[in-house]
Write a protein that binds this ligand. Structure first.
Ligand code: ARG
Length: 316
């Protein structure tokens, strides 16, 4: 595993050497965490069944490692740069770096987790962000007040077309965290109450595309949250998922330029996204879904800029 990770690094350098400085500077940059210690050893969402995981043991671990490497390679091929935080034994969910922090304009607002099982990740992610700051990849690391839960970008999606954050609450993050996000980043943050335990983080049920389209699963939201969504997103930009696409976590997608990377989706959803000009890349991540996660959960975008969103919007 370590050897393979090293190979990825040299491959990334290979990419770097053939890319111009300007391309590199504008490349999407993600944070990931290798899955050496990934497992399902406790249950904090309905997908997690430690007994079932233990039954399949080593085979699932190997499958997870192979699927993570395929995702890593796919993102690199799509033009992304990837930073990593080191895995930690006893912290199996550290692979889900989307939960590490909310990041915008070079600022990282570190997560505070709801469950003790994941609170052990907080110092690891804090150290990871301070290391990124030392390398000039992050300008400022901000802490939430104690007692306010916010599980990073997994519950706080940047909508670059609308210049706002959508924040999931009800299962993991506290509604009042929205005010902290607004204070930290100076942009609106709209809380959306989640109603279905299987879609406990916002990124399991929603994905805001750069074109203004928004993938979402209506069944995951309260009626009030759906009203908020519909008030801000025009019908032509609503890409509502069927239960079949929702349950394969098709909303848990990573956007890299015009590529959308996800575990799997129906031919209908693929067609809808292709009609909007995207290339849809499926890379199966079912081993991670045993923990309630998929593509987006395994990544954290580090380079979103509110200013760039403004310029992009004016240009289109
Ligand atoms: N087992 C993890 C948890 O329950 C999965 C986290 C998935 N991450 C995400 N951004 N949805 O916290």
């Amino acid at each position: 595993m370590l050897r393979r990770a090293a190979r990825f690094d040299s491959r990334q350098k290979g990419y770097a050497s053939v890319m111009s400085a300007a391309t590199l500077a504008s490349s999407p940059r993600f944070l990931m965490c290798p899955p050496q210690h990934f497992a399902v050893t406790y249950s904090i969402n309905p997908w997690m069944d430690p007994a079932k995981w233990a039954d399949d043991g080593a085979a699932l671990q190997a499958r997870a490692a192979q699927q993570w490497m395929a995702l890593h390679a796919t993102l690199l091929e799509a033009g992304a740069m990837i930073e990593t935080v080191p895995p930690l034994e006893g912290a199996p969910d550290l692979v889900f770096t989307a939960n590490a922090a909310v990041v915008l304009d070079g600022k990282a607002l570190l997560a505070r987790f709801r469950h003790p099982e994941r609170q052990i990740e907080e110092p690891v992610f804090a150290a990871g962000f301070h290391a990124l700051a030392e390398r000039g990849l992050i300008d400022e690391v901000i802490e939430l007040p104690r007692g306010v839960a916010l599980e990073g970008a997994g519950d706080c999606l940047w909508d670059r077309a609308r210049k706002l954050f959508w924040m999931g609450c009800g299962f993991r993050s506290d509604e009042r965290a929205a005010r902290e996000v607004e204070a930290a980043f100076g942009v609106p943050c709209l809380p959306l109450r989640l109603s279905e335990a299987s879609y406990y983080h916002l990124d399991t049920a929603m994905c805001a595309l750069p074109c203004g389209g928004v993938i979402y699963y209506p069944g995951a939201f309260t009626p009030a949250a759906l009203d908020t969504i519909h008030a801000h997103i025009a019908p032509a930009d609503r890409i509502a998922l069927t239960p079949d696409d929702a349950v394969r976590f098709a909303a848990n997608a990573v956007v890299v330029g015009r590529s959308i990377v996800l575990s799997s989706c129906s031919p209908e959803l693929r067609h809808t996204l292709e009609a909007r000009g995207y290339r849809v890349i499926e890379t199966l991540l079912d081993a991670f879904q045993r923990s309630g996660g998929s593509a987006c959960c395994l990544t954290l975008r580090l380079d979103h800029r509110a200013q760039a969103a403004q310029a992009q919007r004016r240009a289109s």
